[in-house]
Ligand binder design. Structure first.
Ligand code: BG6
Length: 473
């Protein structure tokens, strides 16, 4: 057997992309509620356009999403039928603290997740909880500027205290920030950042990143104090940079690009700002304001495991004329050896092994693949059945490579949760049409549909994969 016996198999979602119920159970408004579909979306995500209230003529997909808020029992039963022993989900911060800065949490919100976690356990499923997956209460953004303000650490700390204590014994796997490096590319999503005209955006982003890194270390500290059983992970939007050519300029640039991403995990896992980052910040004239105790906190409370999403490798070229293609919230140079998805994302199974090796070499801590998958258009037949061989092919190739990294390279891997195990709203585009799931949800880009769930061909395939612990792909 290639994979460990207790390998964690499952799927992943995020509150804002599946829950809906945006104004139910006392939940407050969050940044993610106010991001519509359409052309403005990119600008808002990047903090270039302000839309702090719902405006006429726009569709806001997170408001209802796939309504998991009311369907979670049915959905968890389906996950169980596939054999999941782990389910990655995120907590909506504004369900627990509707404004973010209250002293006392919202009991309805706490109860909602308590029931959900209990439901998971009833089905033999271990929850893996992302504390923040691209969400921040709107009040914290309007009143304090989101993560640009150091006070946000305090509010996040309060959230952590509350959830670690309340869910003790129900949750033991935690991720502090989803794709923490996304703050550089999607700062409104990653940190509730909106930029004023003429502002030094890099300065704001790295200061906010420092606040998140301190908050992440604090969360790790508290999690371990509340329950030594707790395992805390960081989470990187991963994907190795390849040099476009053997030109040393390209090689150096690829290394630099990788470091822009590794910077976050270097701090979270090794416990200090790496030398290259300090130099880079200095050269850019960025000054990080730190408080006494920050350095020690970062040093002493490093993560237990390294989790990451992997959709593709990336390519770096020192030549600005080289052609680009789409990628996970940021564009990359086109790799002539790779095919792309319908959304232009490059498909590179072998790159997963390269990425796993780099991460394991660098950190020497267990890895956890918490996102991977293919966003594709599905065409259900009249019974709602989707024959998604393209998705099965994509996943089978990645799983084979994942096993190779374990078997041939010796990577210690805790588990695998495919992204969007049930169809949900796309983070990048807000579409429903970009589907990742084993379960089809009848809902379209305009929010029409019955919300009924249907098993796709991949549902039965994944069930077999799990049943054989990945032997039968
Ligand atoms: C990751 C995010 O960046 O990629 C998810 O953590 C997101 O939230 C996933 O959904 C896939 O991206 P998209 O844009 O296809 O939804």
């Amino acid at each position: 057997m290639v994979l460990r016996k207790d390998f964690l198999w499952g799927g992943a979602t995020a509150a804002n992309q599946c829950e809906g119920g945006f104004n139910e159970g006392g939940r407050g408004l969050a940044n993610v509620d106010l991001i519509p579909t359409g052309e403005e979306r990119r600008k808002i995500i990047r903090g270039q356009k302000k839309m702090f209230e719902f405006e006429d003529g726009y569709f806001y997909p997170a408001k209802e999403a796939i309504d998991m808020y009311h369907h979670y029992k049915e959905d968890i039963a389906l996950f169980c039928e596939m054999g999941f022993n782990v389910y990655r989900l995120s907590i909506a911060w504004s369900r627990i603290f509707p404004n973010g800065d209250e002293q006392e949490p919202n009991e309805d919100g706490l109860k909602f997740y308590e029931d959900l976690f209990k439901e998971c356990h009833r089905h033999g499923i271990e929850p893996l909880v992302t504390i923040t997956h691209f969400d921040c209460p709107m009040h914290l953004i309007e009143e304090y500027g989101g993560w640009r303000n150091r006070k946000t650490i305090e509010f996040y700390e309060r959230l952590c205290q509350v959830i670690f204590n309340r869910y003790k014994g129900l949750v033991k796997y935690w991720l502090t920030f989803n794709e923490i490096n996304m703050i550089l590319h999607a700062p409104f999503l990653g940190a509730g950042l909106y930029f004023e005209e003429g502002e030094n955006q890099e300065q704001v982003k790295y200061q906010a990143a420092h606040h998140e890194l301190v908050a992440s270390a604090l969360a790790t500290k508290i999690a371990h104090e509340v329950d030594p059983e707790n395992q805390v992970g960081c989470m990187l939007a991963a994907g190795e940079y390849y040099p476009y050519t053997p030109n040393p300029e390209d090689i150096l640039l690829a290394q630099k690009r990788d470091r822009e991403n590794y910077f976050f995990i270097d701090v979270q896992s090794r416990g200090a700002y790496p030398a290259y980052a300090l130099k880079e910040l200095e050269q850019k004239g960025i000054q990080i304001t730190m408080e006494s105790g920050d350095t020690e906190l970062l040093k002493e409370h490093t993560v237990d495991f390294i989790s990451f999403s992997y959709y593709s490798s990336r390519v770096a070229s020192a030549d600005p004329e080289v052609k680009k293609t789409a990628g996970n919230l940021f564009a990359t140079v086109k790799n002539p050896y790779l095919k792309t998805s319908e959304w232009g994302w490059q498909i590179d199974p072998l790159g997963l092994r390269v990425t796993m090796n780099s991460l394991y070499d660098r950190y020497q801590k267990p890895l956890f693949i918490v996102e991977n998958g293919l966003g594709a258009v599905d065409e259900p037949d009249k019974n709602g059945y989707v024959e998604d061989d393209y998705r099965i092919d994509y996943l089978a190739q990645h799983l084979q490579v994942m096993k190779d990294a374990v078997e041939l390279d010796g990577v210690d891997l805790l588990g695998y949760t495919s992204w969007g195990c049930i169809d949900l709203v796309s983070a990048g585009t807000g579409e429903m049409k970009k589907r990742y799931g084993f379960i089809y949800v009848d809902r379209d880009n305009e929010g029409k549909g019955t919300l009924k769930r249907y098993k796709k061909k991949s549902f039965y395939w994944y069930k077999k994969v799990i049943a054989t612990n990945g032997e039968d792909l």
